[in-house]
Design a protein around this ligand. Structure first.
Ligand SMILES: Nc1nc2c(ncn2[C@@H]2O[C@H](COP(=O)(O)OP(=O)(O)OP(=O)(O)O)[C@@H](O)[C@H]2O)c(=O)[nH]1
Ligand SMILES: [Mg+2]
Length: 208
């Protein structure tokens, strides 16, 4: 009691898919006018309240470019609580590269119990879409991930961007043993669904 739990969520994917913009949207509520390629990692955080508990969501906005990430990779995956994989719906190669990102993640001994979600970003560019939803859904299903298709840019999508992270927070909250950071101590069964929020609290909304 009194302790704020911290959930570490890493955001992974090719350079230029919009990882920085998505994390900005969630943590700061805005779309950044201009971004530079991320070097190493940028930390953003947001404190959320769910069922009366304050939780600090620590978002690790990682670099997509190999040369800017190679010295950092071990740090990304250490004690991670959840992983967000991002592709760009207007760039097929960013989608086909997901298997490499998943392999990297698995190669760093990330427990299969660590929840993962798939995010197709830049949905506002409707005329340029290269990755059909049906294909993305199939991939997400095959890898036991939820799929979100959204846009960091479109203000009307901001609730959807929040839902990506809130969904993970809900799931993590349900895993009672946190904040024990040792994943070996996690429960044997992953929680299939978020719990519903206490409606009386009126705080936030459970997206699942
Ligand atoms: N139209 C549109 N453009 C976007 C969206 N999200 C990001 N962008 C643009 O895509 C470019 C790359 O965005 P970033 O967020 O910097 O990409 P990143 O994944 O962080 O790239 P790295 O840091 O190199 O890994 C920028 O020009 C953004 O303005 C979106 O939802 N819609
Ligand atoms: Mg970036």
């Amino acid at each position: 009691p009194g302790d704020t739990r911290i959930f570490k969520i890493i955001v992974i994917g090719d350079s230029n898919v919009g990882k920085t913009c998505l994390t900005f949207r969630f943590c700061g509520g805005t779309f950044p006018g201009k971004t530079e390629a991320t070097i190493g990692v940028d930390f953003r955080e947001k404190t959320v309240e769910i069922e009366g508990e304050r939780i600090k969501v620590q978002v690790w906005d990682t670099a997509g470019q190999e040369r800017f990430r190679k010295s950092m990779v071990e740090h990304y995956y250490r004690n991670v609580h959840a992983v967000v994989f991002v592709y760009d719906v207007t760039k097929m190669s960013s989608f086909t590269n997901l298997k490499t990102w998943i392999e990297e993640c698995n190669g760093h001994a990330v427990s299969p119990l660590v929840p993962r979600v798939l995010v197709g970003n830049k949905c506002d560019l409707k005329d340029l879409i290269q990755v059909p939803s049906s294909l993305a859904l199939k991939f997400a299903d095959a890898h036991n991930m939820l799929l979100f298709e959204t846009s960091a840019k479109d203000p009307q999508e901001s609730q959807n961007v929040d839902a990506i992270f809130m969904c993970l927070v809900c799931r993590l909250k349900a895993q009672r043993l946190l904040p024990c950071r040792d994943t070996e101590g996690w429960p044997a069964q992953p929680q299939p669904h978020c719990r519903r929020l206490d409606e009386a609290s009126g705080k936030g909304s459970c997206p699942c």
